[in-house]
Design a protein around this ligand. Structure first.
Ligand code: APR
Ligand code: ZN
Length: 259
């Protein structure tokens, strides 16, 4: 494992990116906290304020009260629609612009990689995306803007306008299957890459957290940029404890210098 101070580690990570033929970037909520979206397990994260057991798909379907709480959390964050990408997202978009990114595998549902300029077909959203709300009874889809208007009008639990069925954000709840096509594609890219860069994830939620293991098994290098420990720290070639925005901007600058 590369040791040394932050700048030395960032320079070493840039060298690995310059030598890579297939870089996969894996992101978690930690890359979006600098855009004002709380993470889940960091200090003050969502699961330090709400009980994740309340947010299983079973609870969401069985209890109107859970649906009311879930919609309240989502509307609190303005359903993510007004949030903006930060320097961490833009740095990763630059890697694609430099032709140095195979794909992004993200656990985030905030659409910020696409907003930062990454091509949607290179962003694999393992846990879905908040842009669509779907009726579980008739499959009618609504945009997040449509639902936000209904919620802002004082409705606490929005229903399908077509069939009065249950509406659910197109994101994966605990206990729900991940979208198989996305999971398969992410697994394949992880098994084929030669460098796997984790940014802002505690790497504790499966099956998403299996991706770095697939990459390591395939002989890829592993770089982790995170504040706090992860179960993969001992297997990382480079472990960088730092803020995603700072670290990723400096790393991409070093890659540019090395071109
Ligand atoms: N820079 C670097 N790391 C950060 C930053 C930052 N600015 N802000 C927070 N972090 C770190 C936190 O300390 C934490 O270790 O990012 C990590 C985020 O971990 P989690 O909150 O567990 O988020 P994530 O790994 O994405 O969770 C995975 O769990 O609840 C489910 O579906 C949800 O997709 C989510 C999944
Ligand atoms: Zn319906």
């Amino acid at each position: 494992m590369v040791v040394g101070d932050l700048d030395a580690k960032i320079a070493a990570a840039a060298e690995m990116i310059l030598a890579s033929r297939s870089l996969v970037v894996f992101t978690g909520a930690g890359i979006s906290t600098e855009s004002g979206i709380p993470d889940f397990r960091g200090p003050g994260g969502i699961w330090t304020r709400f009980d994740p057991d309340d947010f299983t798909i079973q609870k969401f379907l069985s209890s109107r009260e859970t649906r009311r709480k879930q919609w309240k959390i989502l509307i609190e964050g303005d359903l993510f629609s007004s949030v903006k990408p930060n320097r961490g997202h833009y740095a990763i978009a630059q890697l694609e612009g430099m032709g140095r990114l195979d794909c992004i595998i993200t656990q985030n549902i905030d659409n910020l990689h696409q907003k930062a300029g990454n091509s949607p077909d290179r962003v694999f959203e393992l846990h879905g995306n908040m842009q669509w709300i779907r009726c579980l009874d008739c499959d009618e889809r609504y945009t997040v803007e449509q639902i936000r208007e209904i919620l802002k009008g004082g409705v606490e639990v929005p229903e399908c306008e077509k069939c009065h069925g249950t509406l659910k954000p197109d994101v994966v709840f605990f206990g729900e299957m991940l979208p198989p096509d996305v999971l398969n594609a992410a697994t394949e890219h992880s098994m084929r890459c030669d460098l796997f860069l984790v940014v802002g994830s505690s790497l504790v939620v499966h099956p998403a957290a299996l991706m770095p293991a697939y990459a390591k098994e395939a002989g890829a290098g592993l770089i982790i940029v995170n504040i706090g420990d992860t179960p993969y720290d001992s297997r990382a070639d480079i472990l960088i404890e730092g803020k995603a925005g700072d670290v990723m901007s400096k790393m991409v600058e070093k890659v540019r210098e090395g071109e």
